[in-house]
Design a protein around this ligand. Structure first.
Ligand SMILES: Cc1cc2nc3c(=O)[nH]c(=O)nc-3n(C[C@H](O)[C@H](O)[C@H](O)COP(=O)(O)OP(=O)(O)OC[C@H]3O[C@@H](n4cnc5c(N)ncnc54)[C@H](O)[C@@H]3O)c2cc1C
Length: 477
């Protein structure tokens, strides 16, 4: 039996997952409670929506769900806006069916997003929003929280386990893994969601009509076209939203997961991994749903291997970005890696490429170029190729700092799962984070080396490279 909303289990989870963003009180005389949806773009297994529902009922007020899409966030593009709007169209229909008042605001950029929430706050008893360390969510939340006079709470729905269970930065997968598994037994219990008890009055909803859109009433391209975002990064075939995510999940658990350990290492096998990281990044599907589907379908070994990625590595990434304020800088590499980089900064780099050459997939290596083309054309890259792609930049950029910045840029500009805690963790991993020192080599120092030449012997890459030969669509503007 799932836990009902308001049960002691839900209250415990909510208190673990909730972080006050300011010290203000609930303004009980104001007409409604606001759930400001930013990073968790779903209605199911959404702890922020749960808290907002419980609180709205407690103070006997209606609840408004306001979803903002910010054209001013870094790397905002036609690709990411389209993906989010596909999800928003579904959210609008699902919310209506569930009796939840959902509105969408496409913000122009600058401070349009935060000033709109601030204006709305004059009528708001309490603001609940999503906790997310990257994508500008934390900055937007902090700005609103410091400027409104009602209480603002940020709620973590990112992981299976509440991130607050780890109050400091974990060193590696080895240190976080046993703790996650201990906590998982209780954290992964199902909860029955319900709509808030008081319906949102039509008179209040009408007042929002000029600043919000019903995404179902427009072609997505028509909504994206006027946005001041990077239109040189066009939409991709991968569709956003819960239905598309569930289709991928179904296909994966009934096919790829049955041989995950082997197939994950075959770059030409597009169905060997879940390809859910974009949907997980935008919170379109809950990690609990993915976890439960995988556990129910897989045998122990394949299931464990998938949970290692889905749980250990994903939640280690979140822990890193939440607990290490320097996550976006190379200075947060482990001390041994920093010593190594300092000692080898002057090593001669036999091959170097400029960012522009790389962005156009015109390096000297066909495997690397194939990965870059896959990224540019589809918004994703196979996980094995992604490791090789990242490691190659460590060797090819003129400095470690340039390699770090370029990797973030290429990853976050094109990848549907970019700007995620796992983006920073993955990029940092290329520079020794979560890893151990190796035998010293030129340029690499003691950081784990990876060579594209050796990869040809280890992985079957021929079909992958053939698949991602240049096409006119691969030309980067
Ligand atoms: C240089 C580099 C950059 C990366 N950038 C990103 C990024 O921007 N966003 C991102 O989500 N992942 C990133 N990763 C991690 C990993 O490559 C992707 O999560 C994976 O490719 C997603 O494919 P999938 O959904 O098919 O994975 P699956 O194998 O099906 O795994 C299921 C889920 O587990 C999570 N996961 C898997 N591997 C990792 C990992 N190593 N670290 C953290 N979580 C993981 C993802 O949410 C993924 O969807 C990066 C790795 C490297 C080496």
């Amino acid at each position: 039996m799932p836990h009902p909303l308001g049960s002691p289990f839900v209250r415990d989870q909510l208190s673990l997952r909730t972080v006050p963003a300011n010290e203000r009180g609930v303004c009980g005389q104001r007409p409604f409670v606001l759930y400001w949806m930013q990073g968790t773009q779903r209605l199911e297994d959404n702890w922020a929506l749960r808290l907002a529902t419980v609180e709205a009922d407690r103070v006997n007020k209606p609840l408004l769900v306001l979803h903002t899409i910010d054209s001013g966030s870094q790397y905002a593009s036609a690709r990411f806006h389209t993906f989010m709007l596909q999800g928003a169209q579904e959210l609008a229909s699902r919310a209506e069916r569930l009796g939840i008042t959902y509105r969408l605001m496409i913000c122009r950029g600058g401070q349009h997003c935060t000033t709109s929430i601030e204006r709305l706050a004059a009528d708001t008893a309490l603001i609940v929003t999503d906790l997310f360390p990257t994508e500008g969510v934390a900055q937007r939340t902090a700005r609103v929280a410091s400027r409104v006079d009602c209480r603002v709470l940020a709620v973590d729905s990112v992981g299976l386990v509440p991130a607050a269970c780890f109050d400091r930065e974990e060193y590696s997968a080895r240190t976080i893994r046993p703790k996650l598994h201990r906590l998982l037994a209780t954290a992964a219990e199902a909860v029955e969601d319900r709509a808030p008890k008081r319906p949102f009055p039509a008179s209040l909803a009408d007042g929002l009509a000029t600043s919000t859109v019903d995404p179902r009433r427009f072609e997505i391209a028509a909504l994206v076209q006027p946005c001041n975002v990077d239109h040189a990064v066009p939409p991709v075939a991968t569709r956003g939203g819960l239905t598309a995510a569930r289709q991928r999940l179904d296909t994966f658990v009934s096919n790829g997961l049955t041989d995950y350990c082997r197939r994950r290492s075959v770059p030409s096998d597009a169905g060997g991994t879940s390809r859910l990281s974009g949907h997980l990044h935008y919170g379109m599907i809950s990690p609990l749903e993915v976890y439960n589907a995988a556990r129910a379908a897989a045998d122990a070994r394949e299931g464990e291997a998938f949970v290692e990625e889905m749980l250990t590595w994903r939640e280690l990434s979140l822990n890193f970005c939440l607990r290490n304020p320097g996550y976006a800088s190379l200075a947060s590499s482990p001390a041994w890696a920093q010593r190594s980089m300092a000692a080898h900064a002057g090593d001669t780099r036999p091959v170097t490429h400029g960012l522009d050459t790389l962005e156009r997939a015109q390096s000297a290596d066909p495997i690397w170029n194939a990965g870059q083309r896959e990224l540019v054309e589809t918004g994703a890259m196979h996980p094995i190729v992604r490791m090789l792609w990242g490691k190659a930049l460590v060797e090819w950029a003129p400095t470690y700092e340039a390699a770090f910045t370029w990797m973030i840029h290429l990853n976050d500009r094109y990848s549907l799962d970019g700007r995620d805690p796992a983006s920073y963790a993955g990029v940092h991993w290329c520079f020794g984070k979560f890893d151990r020192p190796f035998t010293t080599r030129a340029v690499w120092g003691t950081i784990r080396p990876m060579s594209l030449t050796r990869a040809r012997l280890k992985y079957d890459l021929g079909d992958y490279v053939a698949r991602w030969q240049p096409t006119p669509a691969a030309q980067v503007a």
